[in-house]
Write a protein that binds this ligand. Sequence first.
Ligand SMILES: [Zn+2]
Length: 371
Amino acid sequence: MNNFRGQGFHLTATKHEPITLALISLKTALQSYFKTQKNIAQAWTSLGSNEPTDKASLDVFYRRTRNGMTYIENYVETIIHFHHFVELMCIELLRMEHSSLATEQCKESESHKEVYKRIRKLPNDASTRTIDSTIGFDKAIKRLHALISDDNITTRTWLNNPNLAFVDKTAKESMLQLLALRNLLLHQGTFILEYDYLDLFVGTKVLPFIINIIQLPEFSIYNHLWRHPEIACMKTSGDRVDPISEIVLVCKNHYNREHIAFLKELGRSAYQNLIPNHEPPKSGFGASMGGNPVRIAARDRANRALKEEDVYGVRDCLVCGERTLVLYEHSEMDIPRSVVEARCTNCTFSIDKRFQPHKYDINVLDLWISI
Ligand SMILES: [Zn+2]
């Protein structure tokens, strides 16, 4: 077997399929990014410190420990899949204006505007798209920005949409930074952003751009392909907590490592929730046992945990809403007893006393009860 190119299939059979792969990448990127807070827990106290010993131990952590290597693995997945999502979506936005806009290369010293003028005269037929000649990330974001920002192009149709005004100079430069970080991984394999800077890069550069894309009515109908099930806890305003938009808000106002890590843990465990959208116990047969076998097993694990010596009690989980959040108390004799850790037996949500959910504008009682 020498010709593997002929043994696959193209995701182009129906109208929405070109973006399916993009949304799979978005889901992978978010899941990987959310996991980074778990990877870093071992080195938490060294983060942000200027002490030489802390800097040295953080360096050892990133380079020499299993959790450090897992952080790097999740970092790579995050950058590569965010990059892939943005590239495919920029290409799709160009195609929505004209099928050849994402394939036609610039001739020598030809601007994107001139390419557009030339392409307008070509037949706009989606079936002419070919995979081989599609432009890359760099050209796609630059062409998109050039055509959207130039008000002198009066013949635009789709690209004239005011919902696309977010593709401004700042957004273009943010996405070129994403490309640079991805290239540093793929072509050199030597550069990894440290934990706080990954948060700031994702929260201030990447997620704002992505939110603008996925909110476009043409794409928001496919949220089920990438979004996690709804999170049970509510903000004090009455809105449901959405980690993606909250991370953007916290990074924009004042970066708070603990708050962002808490939001990432909400997102990470929401993807693990196998009882989507807080499905109520069904009536009729099985209702007394909670109906869903996943729910029955999770409640059973929580009830069994109650028999353990260091378990204080069980509460409704902030993420899945099930009564499966087991509260663990401190066991050392010389420290006043209090709840110090909470772990859900359903969605795997798990936090310790570093985090203060009741202080993050979330309508929840303090978990860290003094006993
Ligand atoms: Zn849960």
